[in-house]
Ligand binder design. Structure first.
Ligand code: FAD
Length: 314
C-alpha cells in the first residue's frame, strides 16, 4: 500500500521507523533483530536510508596518493526486498541524487517497481566529506525536485530514452524531506519552504521532517507551509538524544538547535546513562504533545540504535 493511502485511510495516528542498512560484510540478521522489537508497534512502513559512496585518499608505496571509492552500506534495493519478504510491513527505501546519474536512478526505480515496492523517499544527499558543496554526478540532479520530477515522469510512462515503445507507467508514492529549522544551506526558512513547495509541485505526496527538539518549531513550520500553499501531510521526525556526543554532533550534522530548557537539564546529567534517560523522557513528551496537536504519524530515526526509540511512543 502506498504511504499516502496509509496516511489518508488511518483514523488514528501511527508510528514509523527509519533504519540504517547494515555495513558491508555484516550479517542481515542484525537488521532483522533491530526490526523485530519494533514490530509490536505495528508500523505500517519502515524507511531504509541510502548511503552514498565515500571517496578517500590512500597512500601509495612511492608516497603519492590515489583516490579510492568505498561503499560502506551497499544494496538498499536488495535490503528493501529482504525486509518485505520477512516482515509484514511496507518498506520505503530512500533514493538520493548524490553519486547517482539519472540512468542509475531510473534503473534502481525499475528494480523497485519489479519488486512491487511502490514507495520511496527522494532526497538530494549531502556533499561528500572532502567537498564543501554538493556537486551532482555527471548527468545527475542538482536538487531533489529534479529527482521527484523524474519519478513523476516514470509514473506517467516517460523514461529517459524517449524512443522506448510499449512502456509501463510506474506507480510510486514519493516522500520528501522538510526542515522545521530550515535546511543548513538555505538563507532563511521562507526560501527553504518555497523550495520545498517546488518538490511538492513536482509530484511529492507527503513530507517527513528533519529531527527537532522544540515542538513549537514544528508547529510554526506547518503553519508556514500551509500559508505557502503546501497542503500534503507533514510527518514529524524525532530522534531521542542518547549520548553525550549527540549534544555536539546532532546540531552540527543536521543544522538544528537544542532548546535552552533541554540544555539546562543536560547540564544536570552526570553521565551517558542519565543523558540517555533524559533523551527518552524528552522524546516521550515531544511525542505526546505532537499527538495531541494532531499529527498523522510520528517517524522515529533510529540511527542504528532502535532500543531507546521503542520506548518513546506511548
Ligand atoms: P533539496 O530539497 O534539493 O534541498 C537542498 C538545498 O537546496 C536546500 O537548502 C534547499 O532550500 C535548496 N534548494 C532546493 N531546491 C532548490 C532550487 N530549485 N533552487 C535553489 N535552491 C534549491 N541523506 C542521505 O544521504 N540518505 C538518506 O537516506 C537521507 N534520508 C533523509 C531523510 C529525511 C527525512 C531527511 C530530513 C533527510 C535525509 N537525508 C538523507 C539528508 C538529506 O539528503 C540532506 O539534508 C540534504 O542536504 C538535502 O536533501 P533534500 O532532499 O532536502 O535537498
Amino acid at each position: 500500500m502506498k504511504v499516502i493511502n496509509i496516511i489518508n485511510s488511518r483514523k488514528k495516528p501511527f508510528v514509523s521507523f527509519e533504519l540504517v542498512p547494515p555495513l558491508k560484510g555484516s550479517d542481515m540478521s542484525k537488521l532483522y533483530q533491530s526490526i523485530e522489537p519494533l514490530m509490536e508497534f505495528e508500523p505500517p512502513f519502515i524507511n531504509i536510508t541510502y548511503h552514498r559512496d565515500e571517496e578517500v585518499f590512500r597512500e601509495n608505496q612511492d608516497g603519492t596518493f590515489r583516490k579510492v571509492t568505498i561503499t560502506k552500506r551497499p544494496g538498499s534495493v536488495a535490503i528493501a526486498a529482504a525486509i518485505v519478504r520477512n516482515f509484514s510491513v511496507e518498506v520505503v527505501p530512500h533514493l538520493i541524487c548524490g553519486g547517482n546519474s539519472r540512468q542509475k536512478l531510473e534503473n534502481d526505480l525499475m528494480d523497485l517497481h519489479f519488486l512491487g515496492i511502490h514507495n520511496v523517499v527522494a532526497l538530494r544527499g549531502d556533499a561528500i566529506p572532502v567537498r564543501k558543496y554538493f556537486t551532482p554526478e555527471v548527468n545527475g540532479h542538482q536538487y531533489c525536485c529534479e529527482l521527484v520530477q523524474q519519478i513523476n515522469d516514470m509514473n506517467q510512462g516517460k523514461y529517459l530514452e524517449k524512443e522506448l515503445t510499449d512502456v509501463v507507467s510506474t506507480d510510486f508514492c514519493v516522500g520528501v524531506a522538510g526542515y522545521p529549522e530550515k535546511h543548513y544551506e538555505s538563507p532563511n526558512l521562507h526560501t527553504d519552504i518555497m523550495n520545498l513547495k517546488t518538490k511538492i509541485d513536482a509530484g511529492a505526496d507527503y513530507i517527513i521532517t528533519q529531527m527537532f527538539f522544540d515542538n513549537q518549531k514544528f508547529y510554526d513550520f506547518v503553519n508556514q507551509c500551509r500559508e505557502a500553499g503546501i497542503h500534503v501531510p507533514i510527518i514529524p521526525g524525532l530522534k531521542p538524544l542518547s549520548s553525550t556526543k549527540h549534544i555536539e554532533m546532532l546540531p552540527k550534522t543536521f543544522g538544528i538547535d537544542l532548546p535552552e530548557e533541554l540544555m539546562r537539564q543536560i547540564r544536570q546529567c552526570c553521565d551517558d546513562k542519565s543523558i540517555y534517560e533524559l533523551g527518552m523522557k524528552w522524546c516521550i513528551t515531544q511525542s505526546t504533545q505532537l499527538l495531541q496537536y494532531g499529527v498523522p504519524a510520528i517517524h522515529y530515526y533510529t540511527m542504528g540504535t532502535a532500543e531507546n526509540v521503542k520506548h518513546c511512543y506511548t
